[in-house]
Design a protein. Structure first.
Length: 361
């Protein structure tokens, strides 16, 4: 049974300059999109009680609370279900937060990126630092405890010292979860054709990441996944489901899912999605070899690392024998460390994880 679901809301009031995600400033299509989304959910969802629901985007907070309620009401939930909605800070009010609380949302994720107002302007964000701080305060006052802030490091003109101050400010605000993403300029974003000046180089990005680990673990956060830090008990259960390589529904334009051993993705353009909301664009039945590779790749994303016994039992292999040369190479260089359950990446190993994991694949 599938116990988790992701719903994609592809609308934004404007596109940030670094963003290559599937999102569009065509808010006039909202009503038609939500009708197609309802049709897709009703067609595929099998009425299992969900452990997690994550509504992401785009900018889900462009929707009215009643529109989000209409989405949530499609699902049944476990008593302790985690229901997350991504929000942008520029338009949020206490009434909006109270409305979210009233429809069952119990975790929110705010797109902060940085507290530096000049950098926020330069990357095309619509909010300023005070609006983030105010949103956190309003969320607390509405009864939310489980609040995440997203940050990007390696932004134009950003320094290690400036990034460190961002993280100290977030810790002072008493949010329970912080997600960090290194800036990647990919095809499809404004910066790809218009490269910004004063971009920190890869060595500086790496130093920013290591500084973040130092600061946040010193502030009581647990570094539980490559990009994620949480106060004890506030780990993102929805994302842990991904990293544990479990199944999940993906609903909405461009959404991805993993159900009954099949990975799928939906159409990325409105016209086709509106015509065929009950048809997946791509489907792929994952082979046993691919399942093993995914188990290793996703397992190493978690800071606790991989469980050798679990992998051996699941795939009928001797992991340490099969990968003995790779393990010997990277444990000798201290990029991989032995744990009581198996192996994990060191902080330095995380920085070159793509190289290490390529050796396993």
């Amino acid at each position: 049974m599938v116990k988790n679901a992701y719903v994609h809301i592809p609308f934004c009031k404007s596109k940030c300059k670094y963003c290559s995600f599937v999102s569009y400033p065509q808010l006039e299509l909202t009503k038609q999109y939500l009708e197609a989304l309802q049709e897709e959910i009703k067609y595929f969802y099998k009425n299992e009680p969900l452990k997690t629901l994550y509504i992401g985007g785009g900018t889900p907070s462009v929707l009215e609370v009643s529109e989000l309620a209409d989405i949530i009401e499609n699902f049944r939930f476990d008593k302790a279900a985690e229901i997350t909605v991504e929000l942008n800070p520029e338009t949020l009010t206490k009434d909006y937060f109270k409305g979210l609380k009233s429809i069952g949302v119990n975790r929110i994720s705010l797109g902060c990126q940085t507290f530096d107002d000049e950098i926020l302007k330069s990357i095309g964000r619509r909010h300023n630092s005070e609006q983030v701080k105010n949103s956190v305060e309003l969320a607390f006052s509405a009864g939310f405890e489980n609040i995440n802030l997203d940050f990007i490091y390696g932004l134009p003109s950003q320094t290690i010292e400036g990034f460190a101050e961002d993280l100290k400010t977030a810790a002072y605000l008493d949010v329970k979860h912080i997600s960090l993403y290194g800036l990647k300029i990919e095809d499809g974003c404004f910066f790809y054709k218009n490269p910004p000046e004063k971009l920190p180089d890869s060595d500086t990005q790496a130093d920013m990441y290591l500084k973040a680990i130092e600061i946040l673990t010193g502030k009581g956060f647990e570094h539980y996944e490559v990009s994620n830090f949480a106060k004890p008990g506030f780990e993102s259960r929805h994302n842990l489901n991904y990293w544990d390589n479990n199944s999940y529904y993906g609903f909405g334009i461009a959404a991805h899912g993993y159900v009954d051993g099949v990975r799928y993705s939906n159409y990325q353009d409105f016209d086709t999605y509106f015509k065929f909301p009950h048809v997946h664009f791509l489907t792929h039945r994952v082979t046993l070899k691919e399942q093993l590779e995914e188990e290793i790749f996703l397992g190493f994303r978690e800071c606790k690392g991989i469980n050798v016994q679990k992998i051996n039992e699941k795939f009928s292999i001797d992991f340490e024998k099969k990968y003995s040369q790779i393990l010997a190479k990277y444990t000798a260089s201290n990029h991989i460390q032995k744990t009581p359950q198996g192996y994990k990446l060191s902080d330095e190993g995380i920085l070159v994880s793509n190289v290490i994991l390529a050796d396993f694949l």
